[in-house]
Ligand binder design. Sequence first.
Ligand code: CMC
Length: 431
Amino acid sequence: MAETAKTATLTLDGETYELPVLSPSAGPDVVDIRKLYAQADVFTYDPGFTSTASCESAITFIDGDKGELLYRGYPIDQLAEKSHYLEVCYLLLNGELPNKTELEDFEYRITRHTMVHEQMHNFFRGFRRDSHPMATMVGVVGAMSAFYHDSLDINDPWQREVASMRLIAKLPTIAAMAYKYSVGQPFVYPRNDLGYAENFLNMCFSVPAEPYKVEPALAKAMDRIFTLHADHEQNASTSTVRLAGSSGANPFACIAAGIACLWGPAHGGANQACLEMLREIGTVDQIPEYIARAKDKNDPFRLMGFGHRVYKNFDPRAKVMKESADEVLDLLGVHNNETLQVAKELERIALEDPYFVEKKLYPNVDFYSGIILEAMGFPTSMFTPIFALSRTVGWISQWKEMIEDPTNKIGRPRQLYTGATMRDYVDVSKR
Ligand code: CMC
């Protein structure tokens, strides 16, 4: 991180403080306030981190105004078109695209880690059948630290590497098991002769009673969904993983924390919430009522799948996802079902409505992903687990980057305290 010749000046109570300005390789300059409290005895206030860079990172870059998303410098649309998920995983983890041998070796290692400890099957059986698969995943991924003791030492690079491989390899198995358990079907073991996305679809949709062949075009669409969700710099769940990891917690515990954060409807849970909203709207003639509700300040309703903290032009993932949705729906012969009609009309109206235009609220990745996943046969409850398994590589890459950074410190925000000042305890008989 380069310090520029520029400084920012803060004047407070007649004193002047010079603050260094850091220059990123892309994006706005960053005012370095690390010494501000020690020098000026003040905190900065930024709930929701709208103006705060919480870390230094070289993994993913977003330009929200241009609608640009880069993984290690490569644009997401190029990766979605030309690359595939495991290559993207290698890129995110290691910083460079692999050569042929490196890629084969990486794929071999991931494939050989896809099975979960057999004892974990019993662990699954402790959950109620009607548990949300995200609830099961938070528990099971957290419990990986109880099964894989030989990859818990975060100070050992080899153990960090093995934990990373295990997480990327086993998350599809765990997500598929959570699904199978929720529908009362037997777990399906991973198969090493199948690709990553193909294997996931097979674990979700095959049953012992009959042969099942994964349609290659669907496996490709699935792989693209994984790629589009693989990382997204310092979003809420990634920041959660970093914060959990900053205390030295083991990687399985940190990823479980990330999954818990992702579950919320303002974040990864939006894909489920969006499809449920489309179903609730039901028919095109109901749309104006929902648009009116979304605009009403006194109504907490929001159009799910619209808006983004960083993208204020368009979400580049949504653009690719929309193309993918058209391909998948064509392939599956889904042309004009009610949900799709509502989605298309809602998108059209929202893109023209001055409220959404002025606030720069565009369809985000979650608007289209649910439509594809539903057409593929996934229930809405599986949408967020699929997001979680795709994002695991991003979380792990960011966690590794943080652990390997010698300047890493435990995350410990301060506060603007507005509670009672010191007062004496009053006995209960006198209250
Ligand atoms: N529907 C209606 N109004 C909205 C919406 C929406 N989806 N999103 C934002 N607004 C309004 C909001 O009421 C506010 O209006 P005002 O300035 O008059 O108070 C303005 O737009 C700015 O919103 P904000 O809440 O300050 O923006 P934010 O950056 O804090 O929130 C967001 C971003 C994604 C949480 C929000 O847009 C939202 O809740 N969207 C729906 C949920 C969703 O689709 N989330 C998925 C995000 S993409 C994938 C991911 O991150 O996991």
